[in-house]
Design a protein around this ligand. Structure first.
Ligand SMILES: Cc1ncc(COP(=O)(O)O)c(C=O)c1O
Length: 375
């Protein structure tokens, strides 16, 4: 460790550093410690979590607690299924139109970046898509105001991405959808970072690897009436109805991922729930945005101020060379993962739920110092 600021180490053998990765990303330290314990022996069973049958009593307890705690975190009513599905968010990009975009209907998609574009591309394989907003022309620097949307009146559904991981933009509130048009959100990079109006959505889904747990699976919160629209002739693994009927155990599910998510839900509840998460995340983001805004113009934020994300803070120095020097120096101060996505360039600090405020302060101090020396 070269930094004088203390990085999040908890024991003498650890060499953990400030991890600003966009995903897979930092997880809460108490959760990781509990995982270490439970990998060896969970609940005094003499068997580690990775080694338990997915149909045995110990795993029954794990998945039931995970679902109950997820419902408690999101205030999710019984009219929604909570599913833990393999395949990450990208699998949902395909399953949604496969299941809910019948021929003769149009699905509305809000294009706010690379992930939304991928979702659109998948949907076009199954049916007609109306791009209700296209942010390409402005390099995806903002999410649309309500009057920038042109939606179809009888759309099969309206799909949007609540937080655009690559560009660092975030919807302050869900876009307006007609009451009979199901609203579907890809919340991969801001799920449970702030209160979410579940009832306004027919489906909320998120790849796990930012705010929830290990990569490779998705949390899917889906209203039962939408589940019932699933066609009956799909391969089993593509069938939401079957996944719901089998309680996310249609086949051997990603047991470890479900276990970790359950622990993360517990941790969120211990932190005070989503309102408390939102307060902490706003404070953290303000620290980094202040460093961008108060460096005499040395840094430039990528996102328009009104669309700024509390999860992914994107910015640039005056040149690509200085961006590279920034990264190199940041590494010597125990900071990693600050390189912007290849599609957006520049720099990006991902500060999800589990990222500590102290790490944001360390970054802000470094940014100020770097700007003074290089500006
Ligand atoms: C907003 C968003 N949607 C979807 C994905 C894709 O998730 P996955 O890799 O789990 O398929 C990502 C990945 O970073 C993302 O940030």
């Amino acid at each position: 460790m070269t930094s004088t600021a203390s990085a999040p180490t908890a024991d003498a053998t650890s060499t953990r550093i400030w991890n600003f990765s966009a995903g897979p990303a930092v997880l809460p330290e108490p959760v990781l410690r509990q995982c270490q314990h439970d990998l060896w022996d969970i609940a005094g069973s003499g068997i580690g979590i990775l080694e338990h049958s997915h149909r045995g009593p110990v795993f029954n307890g794990v998945i039931e607690a995970a679902e109950a705690n997820c419902r408690a975190v999101g205030t999710i009513g019984e009219e929604y299924e909570v599913l833990f599905l393999p395949g990450g968010a990208t699998t949902q990009f395909a399953l949604i139109p496969m299941c809910f975009l019948p021929s003769g209907q149009t699905a509305d998609y809000v294009n706010t970046g690379v992930w939304a574009t991928k979702a659109i591309k998948e949907a076009r394989k199954f049916g007609t898509v109306n791009v209700a907003f296209d942010g390409t022309a402005s390099d995806f620097d903002h999410v649309p105001a309500d009057d920038e949307l042109s939606c179809t009146s009888d759309a099969a559904y309206l799909h949007y991405c609540s937080n655009n991981t690559i560009y660092g933009t975030q919807f302050p509130a869900p876009p307006p959808a007609a009451s009979d048009v199901p609203l579907i959100v890809d919340a991969s990079s801001d799920i449970f970072s702030r209160p979410i109006d579940v009832d306004r959505h027919a489906m909320i889904y998120a790849g796990a690897q930012k705010n929830l747990g290990p990569a490779g699976m998705a949390l899917v919160i889906i209203r039962k009436d939408l589940v019932e629209k699933t066609p009956s002739d799909l391969p089993m693994m593509f069938d939401y109805r079957l996944h719901a009927k089998k309680g996310s155990r249609l086949n051997t599910p990603p047991t470890f991922g479900i276990y970790v998510m359950g622990r993360v839900f517990e941790w969120i509840l211990e932190q005070g729930g989503l309102a408390a998460m939102a307060t902490k995340n706003a404070e953290k983001a303000a620290v980094v945005y202040d460093a961008i805004d108060h460096a005499g113009g040395f840094y430039r934020g990528v996102a328009r101020p009104e669309s700024r994300s509390a999860m992914n803070v994107t910015f640039r120095t005056p040149s690509a060379d200085l961006d590279a020097a920034f990264l190199e120096e940041a590494a010597t101060h125990d900071m990693s993962g600050l390189k912007g996505h290849r599609d957006a360039g520049g720099l990006r600090a991902s500060i999800y739920n589990a990222f500590p405020k102290r790490g944001c302060q360390v970054l802000a101090e470094f940014m100020g110092d770097f700007a003074r020396r290089k500006g």
